[in-house]
Design a protein around this ligand. Sequence first.
Ligand SMILES: Cc1cc2nc3c(=O)[nH]c(=O)nc-3n(C[C@H](O)[C@H](O)[C@H](O)COP(=O)(O)OP(=O)(O)OC[C@H]3O[C@@H](n4cnc5c(N)ncnc54)[C@H](O)[C@@H]3O)c2cc1C
Length: 78
Amino acid sequence: MTALPARARYVIVGGGVIGCSIAYHLTKLGVSDVLLIEKDSLTAGTTWHAAGLITSAGFHDETSLWMCRYSRDLYARL
Ligand SMILES: Cc1cc2nc3c(=O)[nH]c(=O)nc-3n(C[C@H](O)[C@H](O)[C@H](O)COP(=O)(O)OP(=O)(O)OC[C@H]3O[C@@H](n4cnc5c(N)ncnc54)[C@H](O)[C@@H]3O)c2cc1C
């Protein structure tokens, strides 16, 4: 196992879809000093249950719908 760095500018706690997304988008912006800490294994939380699924059902606000469409397009590019 790799030792954790003593410090990092950005520390993300939790390697679910949200934590991984934050890490991904920070590095896309050119940030390199990002540390993601996961107590179990990546996507072991609720993300595990929803892996691969995208739905817009139940989302009634513009922001949530925008995120659904953005995610759908992002997954197609990854
Ligand atoms: C049965 C089920 C079905 C679902 N289906 C869908 C679906 O079809 N479509 C959809 O869009 N959404 C669905 N969801 C909702 C979706 O799964 C969640 O909204 C999403 O996964 C939340 O992601 P998250 O990164 O916030 O949390 P999580 O995926 O839970 O990630 C949190 C992570 O943090 C880690 N963690 C917690 N505490 C610490 C700590 N102290 N130190 C280090 N790590 C820590 C955990 O181990 C975990 O890996 C579903 C949820 C469930 C339960």
